[in-house]
Design a protein around this ligand. Structure first.
Ligand SMILES: [Mg+2]
Length: 186
């Protein structure tokens, strides 16, 4: 059975390496060690990963190009640990655009493409990115959302998939199974 984990990026998978709240420089980021361990165990259990990141700072205080670099650098760091995301999605322009970043290496450049929704539904807690993630992954039977903010939880609730808080996931990756089973019961 194909299993998809839709995973928020900032403060779920990575964080600023200087202790700030937001990543300002694409290269001043680090992976959260507990997230690496949790992703490794899920990957062994045949989960497929799609990132879903609200990038509300683009273009006010973060350039579009730097956002792309930040996400690609995150993917590169994950690949260094043998962890591969199918793709990472980023919502920009008040949710009217969803950028699909890379996932594969093509002629020395990561590919990316942009989806548009004039109703702005790509930005979490709206559901556009979660729906797009499921579409790109081929509508797997088992789907789970992991994130650190209310907008992640509320987006998951709206598309009726189980949610696991990043803090809990970092502490105990086996809670993935518990979250799914608990959701199936209610
Ligand atoms: Mg986050």
């Amino acid at each position: 059975m194909r299993k998809l984990a839709i995973i928020d990026i900032n403060h779920t998978v990575n964080r600023p390496s200087g202790g700030e709240t937001f990543i300002q420089n694409p290269y001043e980021q680090e992976l959260i060690p507990e997230a690496i361990a949790a992703l490794e165990s899920m990957q062994q259990d045949n989960w497929v990963f799609v990132g879903a990141s609200n990038q509300g700072g683009v273009p006010t205080w973060k350039s579009y190009e730097n956002m792309l670099l930040e996400m690609r650098y995150c993917q590169d760091m994950l690949a260094d640990h043998g962890i591969y995301f199918l793709t990472i999605l980023a919502a920009i322009a008040e949710g009217e655009k969803c950028v699909q970043i890379g996932g594969y290496w093509c002629g020395g450049l990561y590919s990316h493409q942009v989806f548009y929704d004039k109703n702005g539904n790509y930005r979490k807690p709206s559901t556009g990115m979660l729906k797009k993630a499921q579409e790109l992954a081929g509508y797997p039977q088992e789907v789970l959302m992991i994130g650190d903010r209310d907008e992640d939880c509320n987006a998951a609730r709206r598309v009726r998939i189980p949610f696991l808080h990043a803090h809990d996931w970092h502490e105990d990756p086996t809670l993935v199974q518990a979250a799914i089973q608990e959701y199936a019961r209610v």
